[in-house]
Design a binder for this molecule. Structure first.
Ligand code: ADP
Ligand code: MG
Length: 550
């Protein structure tokens, strides 16, 4: 049969386990793995820094349900990749980091880029293993991939010493593994399903909260059927947006604060009561709120607020159970109730409050004006990537999502610098769709060089940089004797970064330019960047609560 290299065995094993995308930076000792992956039909994207590549790998895991791979060289490269492991860990996304390592026989000798890689990965992963033989690679790859997608999804790590990567063995000594099936979809206890419906039926002010666990489990049809069947008001978490389209009549998203604070029963569908949902505690929630909690992870149940009803299982499968129970019970939340009216009034009030800002033609512009114009030009099925502080927070309220898994943002970990990697991952998974990355200027700066990757692969991404001269806004002119910590170079021409690699750049200062520029940029099948100057003092509409509950 002949010999086969370690690289080849890794690549073939990955492909057999359903891995379709690999992102990385090649160098010693992983050159051969990227090349072998391409030969096996895995799409390889060469990045400029492993950090962005690792973010892309996590995003692919979320978007496809099979882990994306980040390929990193030994030592510093692998350490950069930990950024993505941590981001995936925090978001519960499957990804696989593959770290090259020096030859095992040099361990402890101070070899090139030697580092405690497995130990460094360990706190962020469900599984970390240093491989010791080529013959065992298919076993470890299957175990890593399966562990990343079964149970609560998460990150995994494989450490590959150079002697394993570049070694060769007789091909018939390697036993490849069959593809591990997609995760089994566990059902909730039938009694809990009944209790969930009872609890909702007895509620005066019920609310459904849709999280990215529902998006991840591809429960969109079931969740929508449940919302419509039960007639319940709902809102979505940032990345839960689009599971049910944002323009659905039962969405009360603009009344979020009121809804959370006044609800007496909240049904969490794949969303955690962490900082994003203010821990489920007063003053943001009622002190005696009853929580119905659906999660694939039993350990999550009861975090911060004891669950009234625990539905442990897969979101799609459990929502199907609930839909069957709804039909049987013929229960439906009434059309007209004081709660529905209170929510509706608040939605109208909040929409009216931002309306003038959405249409404000002053120069320099404010966030709302720019985002409204993006909203008006976006295709309905665009993938929206978003990061930055106000850019992301205001963008979440202004930019609608109509399809599930079409929003990627700083997420549970609040990571800035994810946008470029996410946009490239989204374009890889959805080559037929427009990807729009709406970036604060500081967020863009974390990984701006990755626009070269978008240009090299010809990905149809429009980057919009909403530029306020710094972190939370910087001065319009710099006094170099006293540069504020939050300031970046004023009026920076970020669009020239993409021009360096052949992409088209636009610089916008006036609202009247926006429509034409965005139309042109969005119609362009090549990557481009629109740099929009806004007023450094522009802010969110006044909020009742601080963004961070403390
Ligand atoms: P969000 O930020 O949208 O609120 P979180 O990341 O906080 O979402 O929570 C998502 C939850 O979804 C996690 O607790 C995770 O365990 C859960 N989850 C992941 N996959 C599934 C699934 N298939 N079914 C149900 N819950 C899931
Ligand atoms: Mg800024």
């Amino acid at each position: 049969m002949g010999e086969i290299s370690g690289s080849r065995v890794i690549a073939r094993s990955l492909k057999q386990q359903g891995v379709e995308y690999m992102f990385g930076v090649v160098g010693f000792p992983v050159f051969g793995i990227a090349a072998a992956a391409q030969r096996e039909g895995i799409q390889y994207f060469g990045f400029r820094n492993e950090q962005s590549a690792s973010y892309a790998a996590g995003a692919v895991g979320y978007l496809t349900g099979r882990p994306g791979v980040c390929l990193a060289v030994s030592g510093p490269g692998m350490i950069h990749g930990i950024a993505g492991l941590a981001n995936a860990w925090s978001n519960c996304w499957p990804m696989l980091l593959i770290g090259g390592a020096p030859d095992a026989y040099q361990d402890g000798q101070g070899s090139f880029q030697e580092a405690p890689q497995v130990e460094a990965a360990r706190p962020f992963v469900k599984y970390a293993h240093r491989t010791e033989s080529i013959e065992r690679l298919p076993f470890y790859v299957e175990q890593a991939v399966r562990t990343s997608i079964y149970g609560r999804p998460g990150a995994v790590y494989l450490d590959l010493p150079n002697d394993v990567i570049s070694g060769r063995v007789e091909e018939d000594s390697v036993e490849f593994k069959a593809r591990c099936p997609d995760p089994p979809r566990g059902l909730a206890e039938p009694a809990s399903v009944e209790r969930a419906i009872d609890t909702l039926a007895n509620a005066e002010r019920p609310l459904v909260v849709i999280g990215k666990g529902a998006a991840y489990s591809r429960a969109e049809a079931e969740v929508r059927a449940f919302v419509e069947g039960s007639n319940l008001p709902y809102l979505a978490s940032p990345m839960g947006k689009g599971v049910v389209p944002d323009d659905h009549p039962l969405s009360i998203a603009p009344a979020r604060s009121l809804a959370l604070r006044e609800a007496d029963v909240i049904f969490l569908v794949g969303a955690r009561l962490n900082w994003i949902l203010h821990f489920g505690l007063p003053p943001r929630f009622a002190p005696d709120v009853k929580v119905i909690q659906l999660d694939v992870s039993a350990e999550e149940i009861g975090t911060n607020v004891p669950a009234e009803v625990a539905l442990v299982g897969d979101a799609r499968a459990v929502m199907e159970q609930l839909n069957a129970a709804l039909v049987e019970r013929r229960w439906r939340y009434p059309d007209e109730t004081p709660w529905r009216k209170a929510l509706r009034d608040k939605v109208a009030e909040n929409q009216a409050a931002v309306e003038p800002m959405l249409h404000d033609d002053s120069v320099p512009m404010g966030y709302y004006r720019v985002l409204r114009e993006i909203r008006d030009q976006l295709p309905r099925d665009a993938v929206i990537v978003s990061e930055g502080a106000s850019t992301m927070d205001i963008g979440r309220t202004v930019l609608p999502n109509f399809e599930p898994r079409h929003r990627l943002d700083a997420g549970s970990f609040g990571t800035m610098g994810v946008g470029l990697g996410f946009a490239i991952a989204a374009a890889a998974v959805h080559p037929d769709k427009k990807v729009v990355a709406v970036e604060g200027d500081s967020a863009f700066g974390f990984s701006g060089m990755e626009v070269e990757v978008a240009c090299r692969y010809g990905l149809p991404i429009t980057f919009v940089v909403i530029n306020n001269n710094g972190i939370g806004g910087g001065p319009s002119e710099l006094d170099r004797t006293r540069i504020p910590p939050s300031a970046y170079t004023p009026n920076a021409r970020y669009e020239k970064v993409i021009e360096a690699f052949g992409g088209r750049g636009y610089f916008v200062t006036e609202p009247s330019q926006l429509q034409t520029v965005l139309k042109e940029a969005l119609a362009d099948p090549s990557p481009n960047l629109v740099n929009v100057m806004i007023d450094p003092r522009s802010q969110r509409k006044p909020q009742q609560f601080e963004w961070l509950t403390r």
